[in-house]
Each structure stands twice: as structure tokens, then as C-alpha cells.
Write a protein that binds this ligand. Structure first.
Ligand code: CA
Length: 515
């Protein structure tokens, strides 16, 4: 059921007082991480068998694993704005990370849950510029946050918290759960910084992989043939873009003396061996890839441990049976595919975000779903699960039917994507497109070099060759072009993008002026 806001407000006023009398709506624990590639979750698997994530897998095994959860714009802040509002970035006003600020007066699902009588909390990475709204308690990292001994903002007050960021977010989440008002259902958003750049591990996980040599993705040395200027002319390769901080040649300044000792004990001998080897060309890229995998995957070990602590608590407390648990990331990420790290593209590794959800008594354990779902659907799903009507202005769709094993017959068969942020960071050209189960039609726009590409995922799952100009695909191109236009109208995508939506230059100039 979708309702206009005025009717919804009246509904919520009535609902708030009625929870005690009716069946208790489910608690919601939303565990969210930043830049966590599905390739690095064992429930999804990858031919490289990168690491075991037993606790994230517990959620998948007890519930549903979504294999095609797509994001409308594959970067951090915009994805978070979409999760909260159930809207595309052209409507929620957060198109890029560079100069967007979230308008906290908007309708969000935490606000609606709070109005309906839920107790709400937000802990960890927020990354939306303005202060969180709609939460009874919040403690967030300022901006991107740092891995060690991070400053945080607790209900508007700046505090310094000793320790490792992922453990701190786990601790704060559990503290809040323990102190919560047990008479109310709750929403906890527990949002990790990890494994975001510079993917810095907890000290206990340095060397946890025993200097393993990871298999390389087949496209580590992609030459970008078969595709256009955008894919060739980006700045996100392991070869050229990684910094000394990314590669751990420089230690983070926030380390304590004791932490620095542990850090140096692990990295220094390995860095010395690296310098002595004087690697060049492909050997150098291979070495960087191995260092990247060690660090990135090590940060996920702590995320998984902290997921386990929350799951254990729900069980010990006896509330697991009436608690929805989600694990998802803000978007996908490249782990060396196409020679890349980072995200942004409509291509699979960045378009698809990991998403597993358990809802005891509703979702059959061990379910796998391959429909086109999205983080755009999260807000609608949580509201629906709580028995709250979904505002008509939200653009996603509740997954409750799918979670019950009853997919609606008219479920979406195409998905709209639009990326803006350009030229910095990473110099990925703005693009938009339509995605189906088999195809992707992409238009690169806004830079004076407009052009189109088409990918056939059935014949070319690694997306290495655009077939846009292949006569064999003329009908497909025509159909998808029409579908793209239909989606843009339906979703109210503007015909022209205002220059400030690309972020960067204006934002960078403003940041400079402030200093
Ligand atoms: Ca992110």
C-alpha cells in the first residue's frame, strides 16, 4: 500500500499507540558496510575463494541471498541517501560525494518508523554532511571517518574514541541494544567504515592470511579494447592510482605508539623486501594487487566478527525470532577486475551490492533470489514489514512478497542507473543506462564526448565488448532505448543535469576557500 504523506501522518499517529495491543512488529537490525564487494563474502563465493565470512553467511543461510541487488548510483553518499529515502538521487538531492549535503528534513524510513513507535539508532558511518535525523540515538564518524582512534559525533557532541573503528561500531551497537527500551520495537542501523579506502586492518588481523598468494582476476591486465574512451581514460587502476597510504608505505597518523609498533612489525619487513626487489611493469601491479587483497580482506574479518557479536546477542536475548537482520554494503567494488579498485560504473562489480536478509518465520532459510532488486527498495521493505504504508513518493518497491517466496507477477524487469561525479575523484565519465537480466545499454554524457555502449551479459559476462554498433543487436538497441526513455519519464529524471550535480570543481573550490 502506498499513501500520500498527509494520510500517512494520520495513520502513524494512530499506529504509535497500538503496538502494545496488536502483534508486535519486527525489530530491524540493518548492518551496512562501505565498499564491501560481494566477491569478498563467502556466501556469494568467487573463483578466488578470497575469504570466509561465517557470520554474514549465517544471515544468508537463515534467510535470503539476493544475487542482483543493484544500486542507482554506485558511490557512498548517494547510495546512503537512496537507502534512507527510497528515491533516486535526482529527487533526494544527493547526486555526488563532492558537494552534496543531505536535506535532513526529507521523509526517510527511520523517521516513519520512529513516528510509528519504533526506537531508532544510527551508529557508525553516516557520510551525508548534515546531522542524522529520525534517530533517538546517533553516534557517527565525521565525513569518511578514520580507522584508528576515530573522532566521532555523539548526538551533536564531538568525542574521541580509542580503538579500532569496526570494533567501536560493534561495541556502540551492542551498548545501545542493551540499554534500549524493551517495551518498543527497534531499528538499529550499524554502519561500518570498513572496508573503505585505505582498507586498514585491525592489529589482530595483520598477517591473518599467512602471506597467502591470491589468484588474480582474468582482467587484471585489461587493455580496455572493445570499449570507448571512458573505460580507457579513468583514474582508478591498481597500477597508476593507488597512493602510499593505500599501499601501506605510509602509516596512518592516528596510530598510538603501541599500535605503530605492531603496524611496523608487520609492514616494515615486507616493505623492505618490496623495495629491494625493485619490481617493474606487471610484476609491480601483481605485488600491489596482493598487498591490496591482504589489507582489504583483513578489514572484512573484523566486520564479520562484529556481525557475529550482534547475531549472538539477538539469540542470547531471545529476540532473534522477531528481528529482521540485513547485511548489505553501499555499493559493489572492484577487486582487481579490469585492473581497477573503487566503484562508480554501471558494470556488474560496482552496480551489484551484496545484500542478505533474514526474517525468521517469513523467509525460507537458504533462499536465493535473482530478481532485479535495489537498495531503492530497502525503505519500502522495512516500512511494509513494520505494517506502515509506504509514501507514494518513494520510488522503490517492498520486497516483502519476494521474502515470503511470492514474487509479484509485475516485478521490475529493467532498472535505471545514473552516475554524475566527474572529473574528480577517479575521472569516471558521467553515464546513465538501463539494465535488464541480460543487457546493459549505457550512455556516456555531459562531457562533450557523448556516446553509447551495449553489453550482452549472456555472451560477455565480463563486459569486455560493446555490441552497440553490431547490426545483430539493432532491435535490442531500439527496444532498450525506448525502455530507457520510459524509465526516465517514470522516475522523473531531468532532461539536463545541472553542472553542480557533477560535484568536484565547485565543491573543491568551496573547500579551498574555507581553509
Ligand atoms: Ca562506498
Amino acid at each position: 500500500m502506498k499513501l500520500p504523506i498527509a494520510l500517512l501522518t494520520a495513520f502513524l499517529a494512530a499506529a504509535g499507540s497500538s503496538f502494545a495491543a496488536s502483534a508486535r512488529p519486527p525489530n530491524i537490525v540493518f548492518i551496512f558496510s562501505d565498499d564491501h564487494a560481494y566477491q569478498a563474502i563467502s556466501a556469494y563465493g568467487d573463483f578466488r575463494n578470497l575469504l570466509q565470512t561465517p557470520n554474514i553467511d549465517r544471515i544468508a543461510k537463515a534467510g535470503m541471498r539476493f544475487d542482483r541487488c543493484l544500486v542507482p548510483n554506485s558511490i557512498c553518499g548517494p547510495a546512503r541517501a537512496t537507502v534512507l529515502t527510497g528515491k533516486y538521487n535526482h529527487l533526494n538531492g544527493f547526486p555526488n560525494n563532492s558537494n552534496s549535503t543531505f536535506d535532513g528534513t526529507q521523509v526517510t524510513f527511520p523517521k516513519l518508523l520512529q513516528k510509528a513507535g519504533y526506537q531508532t539508532a544510527m551508529v557508525g558511518k553516516w557520510h551525508l554532511g548534515s546531522d542524522p535525523t529520525g534517530f533517538d540515538f546517533w553516534q557517527v564518524l565525521p565525513g569518511q571517518g578514520v580507522y584508528y582512534n576515530p573522532p566521532m559525533i555523539r548526538m551533536g557532541e564531538r568525542v574521541q574514541v580509542p580503538g579500532y573503528v569496526t570494533d567501536i561500531i560493534g561495541d556502540l551497537s551492542l551498548e545501545w541494544l542493551k540499554k534500549r527500551d524493551q517495551s518498543k520495537p527497534f531499528l538499529l542501523m550499524s554502519q561500518h567504515k570498513a572496508p573503505h579506502r585505505e582498507w586498514s586492518p585491525a592489529m589482530r588481523h595483520l598477517g591473518a592470511d599467512g602471506d597467502r598468494k591470491y589468484a588474480e582476476p582474468p582482467t587484471l591486465f585489461d587493455n580496455y579494447e572493445g570499449r570507448g574512451l571512458a573505460e580507457r581514460d579513468q583514474d582508478m587502476t591498481i597500477e597508476k592510482t593507488m597512493t602510499d597510504r593505500d599501499l601501506k608505505f605510509t602509516a596512518p597518523p592516528q596510530l598510538t605508539a603501541e599500535q605503530r609498533k605492531q603496524w611496523d612489525a608487520y609492514y616494515e619487513p615486507r616493505n623492505a623486501a618490496f623495495r629491494a626487489a625493485n619490481l617493474q611493469g606487471k610484476d609491480l601491479v601483481r605485488w600491489k594487487y596482493q598487498r591490496y587483497m591482504h589489507d582489504y580482506l583483513a578489514t572484512i574479518r573484523s566486520v564479520d566478527e562484529n556481525v557475529g557479536r550482534i547475531l549472538d546477542y539477538l539469540e542470547t536475548e531471545g529476540i532473534a525470532d522477531n528481528t529482521i537482520v540485513v547485511y548489505a554494503a553501499d555499493q559493489g567494488f572492484y577487486l582487481g577486475e579490469h585492473g581497477w579498485f573503487d566503484k562508480r560504473w554501471i558494470f556488474e562489480e560496482s552496480l551489484r551490492t551484496p545484500f542478505v536478509m533474514r526474517w525468521p518465520g517469513v523467509t525460507k532459510p537458504g533462499s536465493v533470489n535473482k530478481d532485479l532488486v535495489s537498495n531503492l527498495d530497502f525503505a519500502e521493505t522495512f516500512l511494509d514489514a513494520a505494517g506502515i504504508p509506504v509514501p507514494a513518493e518513494m520510488q522503490g518497491r517492498s520486497l516483502v512478497g519476494i521474502l515470503k517466496g511470492q514474487r509479484p507477477a509485475d516485478w521490475r524487469k529493467s532498472f535505471y542507473y545514473q552516475y554524475y561525479e566527474y572529473p574528480s575523484p577517479h575521472h569516471v565519465r558521467p553515464h546513465l543506462g538501463v539494465v535488464t537480466d541480460r543487457y546493459k545499454l549505457v550512455r556516456f554524457y555531459g562531457t562533450g564526448e557523448d556516446y553509447w555502449e551495449l553489453f550482452d551479459l549472456e555472451r560477455d559476462p565480463q563486459e569486455l565488448r560493446s555490441v552497440y554498433n553490431d547490426p545483430e543487436y539493432a532491435t535490442t538497441v531500439a527496444q532498450l532505448t525506448k525502455e530507457l526513455s520510459r524509465l526516465r519519464t517514470e522516475l522523473k529524471a531531468p532532461a539536463d543535469v545541472p553542472p553542480r550535480w557533477f560535484g568536484n570543481t565547485e565543491g573543491a573550490a568551496r573547500k579551498k576557500a574555507k581553509k
